[in-house]
Design a protein around this ligand. Structure first.
Ligand code: CTP
Length: 130
């Protein structure tokens, strides 16, 4: 049984998020999702996500294609998360192409194409402008 892991913020959940999770799930039999914490997002982007971590995690966890959710507290812990979850495959969007190849010693690393023309950043801009 192949275990798949992926990571993301999944703020203002949109169809690009759904697509990557569905495609990630198709690569194995069990999908685990690391949802980044509010604090991790603040440290990366100097702003908090619109939706708090418990809501983001609850939405992701409710999806039929997702089996397990945990909080990603630190970018530096990716290797530990992959090992702890006994993941066989790491899936990332191709906006991260090549950036996670260092983990190919412990799992298969797969980059999937992003869904075009949608992102949380873009949605925030559209709402701000309207
Ligand atoms: N993703 C995707 N297609 C999109 C948007 C996101 O496949 N159009 C994927 C990302 O590649 C990532 C996962 O969804 O693997 C979570 O991405 P996240 O950064 O939470 O979403 P974005 O919409 O990209 O958010 P932001 O604009 O804040 O970067």
């Amino acid at each position: 049984m192949s275990r798949v892991i992926t990571f993301g913020t999944f703020d203002i959940f949109h169809v690009g998020h759904l697509n990557i999770l569905k495609r990630a799930a198709e690569l194995g039999e069990y999908l685990i999702v690391g949802v980044s914490t509010d604090a991790l997002n603040f440290s990366k982007k100097q702003r908090y996500p619109i939706c708090p971590q418990h809501s983001r995690a609850e939405i992701v966890d409710a999806l039929a294609c997702v089996d397990e959710v945990f909080y990603e507290e630190s970018l530096e812990l990716k290797r530990e998360y992959i090992l702890q979850c006994k993941a066989d495959i790491l899936v990332m969007g191709d906006d991260w192409q090549g950036k996670f190849d260092e983990f190919s010693d412990i799992c298969q690393v797969v980059y999937l194409p992003r869904t075009p023309s949608i992102s949380t950043t873009e949605l925030i801009e559209i709402v701000k402008e309207s």
